[in-house]
Write a protein that binds this ligand. Structure first.
Ligand code: FBP
Length: 557
């Protein structure tokens, strides 16, 4: 194998565990805390989870290991989008499992949750696992987006587990996957299968967090990767002084990634979808907000800047999501065929004009033609508009260009506007995990095995106090039911872990809000540089500004 020097060096890196897990398996004991309640809808959740509701929160401590000595066969699943550090969760799980009993077995279900129901797995062993230590990606066993949610799937899963003597399953995923981990745990307990289920919090989007889970893994590395590139673009903009850069960053719904990158790099503009929704902003209002900043800078001779656009923003613009709903209805079922058969874009526009309400048509008409076409032509297999594919960075820059033309004609704008576009998403999902993610993920996996070994099920592996040095981190577990509430999904009431959107009264947004006017008008770019893996702790082990602000640990330079 032709390894890069960094890859070789990262194989040798020893991830840092929380202090209480550092003394060896024989010296880890468990401390049970208070019984828990779900965050809302307690009676309903309790009724749905009679076997796993109300369990105690737990933490590990240094002390004699009193867990039952039995052979464990654990199955691990990676679920959903890649996030840096997933390999280390598997490595931590593997190391704790083997350190407890070398006859224990870890099997990896391949290609995501479907691997479990298709009985498709590999047995993980030293030589194979060692190739993935401290590396990015999910290729150790692959990932997938199949949801494990039906009773039929659970019954098959139970059969597969029985066939291979599986005693526990670890599901590494986001809010939906961990919700389903909780439901699977309940099923396994209700049917006396003897199979425990433990979840681990993953997603670069950062939207699986709550009072127990401080951060989902991968968010730190992904944001640092994007911030490095945004900082480089800022420096380029500040050098050539001739372009406005519109940069879309991933984050399917929540704007945590955009906000963190905004805090790291201090660009002129960062849109936050949750604020757009709260203020019920229209496309024209957002366009004017951006155009105002371009105008003020342009009139001072600063014809350059950087704007960060969150991936999901258009869905948070009320008038735009209403338009999308109308398009989805208009082209539902067989009506799509009639539309597709129309011979030209002009004929299609005529069809559209007849089908949309006046309000939706007004919104449609202000969109650049490329975006209009995207809405109608790139639909998913069910005929729905694929909102995540909409190039919102191009949408806003085109609308700003039109607005500035009008302002130039009216004499208020005297600058020059040339836009460049970027999308940062996949570049960050499989980066070498930062030291923080390498340490956090290894700890989550190690800790997940300790939860299994002590007989817990329906728990999320929890590592907290994360803005402190790793030795002070606290390892334990939290019942998944504690994080649940009831939400309406596809016309039905469902128990789910609440998706965490950016809180507009939270410290990270407040800090951004207090500084954004200055960052907009002046050039206050901040250049975070590349992730550092070796060197002083204050350079290599820092987590996100978001977490530091949330935990009152942020120190402004
Ligand atoms: P998860 O929620 O599964 O972690 O995935 C999030 C994400 O990375 C989003 O940021 C992005 O919109 C989406 O995945 C892209 O998904 P895909 O890999 O299917 O293109």
């Amino acid at each position: 194998m032709n390894l890069s020097p960094l890859q070789k060096a990262r194989y040798e890196y020893s991830p840092k565990l929380p202090g209480m897990l550092r003394n060896g398996i024989a010296d880890i004991c468990v401390k049970e805390g208070a019984e828990t309640q779900s965050v809302a809808d307690q009676e309903k959740i309790k009724a749905l989870f009679p076997n796993t509701y109300g369990k105690k929160e737990i933490t590990f401590e240094k002390g004699q290991n009193t867990s039952e000595a039995k052979k464990q066969v654990v199955g691990v699943i990676l679920s959903g989008g890649q996030a840096p550090g997933g390999h280390n969760v598997v490595c931590g799980l593997y190391d704790a499992l083997k350190a407890t009993n070398k006859d224990n077995v870890l099997i990896g279900f391949k290609g995501g949750p479907s691997g479990l129901i298709e009985d498709n797995f590999i047995v993980l062993e030293d030589e194979y696992v060692d190739q993935f230590r401290n590396t990015g990606g999910f290729d150790i066993i692959g990932s997938g987006r199949t949801k494990l949610e039906t009773q039929e799937q659970f019954a098959i899963a139970a059969e597969v587990c029985k066939k291979h003597g599986v005693t526990a399953i670890v599901i590494i995923g986001g809010d939906d996957s961990n919700t389903n981990a909780g439901i699977l745990a309940e099923y396994m307990a209700a049917n006396n299968t003897g199979v425990q289920v433990i979840g681990c919090p993953k997603t670069i989007d950062g939207d699986l967090k709550n009072e127990d889970i401080e951060i989902s893994f991968g968010f730190d590395t992904a944001c640092k990767t994007y911030s490095e590139m945004i900082g480089n673009i800022e420096r380029d903009a500040n050098s050539s002084k001739k372009y406005w850069h519109f940069i879309k960053v991933m984050g399917r719904a929540a704007s945590h990634v955009a906000l963190e990158c905004g805090l790291q790099t201090q660009p002129n503009i960062t849109l936050i979808s949750e604020e757009v929704a709260a203020k019920k902003q229209s496309l024209s209002e957002i366009t004017n907000y951006i155009a105002d900043i371009v105008e003020v800078r342009g009139n001072k001779g600063l014809n350059y800047g950087v704007a960060i656009i969150p991936e999901g923003v258009v869905e948070f613009v009320p008038e735009f999501s209403a338009l999308i709903q109308e398009i989805n209805e208009m082209l539902a079922g067989a009506k799509a065929d009639a539309f597709n058969e129309l011979p030209s874009w002009a004929a299609k526009v005529e069809f559209i004009e007849k089908g949309l309400t006046k309000e939706a048509l007004e919104v449609f008409n202000i969109l650049p033609e490329a975006i209009q076409q995207q809405l109608f032509l790139d639909r998913d297999p069910h005929g729905n508009v694929q909102v995540s594919l909409i190039e919102s960075e191009k949408l806003f820059s085109a609308m700003v260009a039109t607005e500035l033309k009008a302002r130039k004609a009216a004499g208020s704008y005297k600058g020059k506007f040339t836009a460049m576009h970027h999308f940062m998403g996949y570049e960050g999902r499989c980066a070498f995990p930062s030291n923080f993610d390498a340490d956090y993920c290894y700890s989550l996996g190690y800790n997940a095995f300790m939860l299994i070994q002590y007989g817990y099920t329906g728990y999320l592996s929890k590592v907290s106090n994360l803005s402190a040095p790793a030795v002070e981190w606290v390892a334990g577990g939290m019942p998944i039911t504690k994080m649940m509430n009831i939400e309406r999904r596809h016309g039905e009431d469902k128990p789910v872990i609440k998706k965490a959107l950016v809180e507009l009264d939270g410290a990270p947004f407040k800090y951004f809000e207090a500084h954004r006017a200055e960052w907009a008008e002046n050039t206050c770019f901040r250049y975070p540089g590349a992730i550092q893996y070796y060197g002083p702790s204050e350079v290599c082990d820092q987590t996100t500004i978001t977490l530091a602000l949330e935990q009152g640990a942020f120190k402004a330079e």
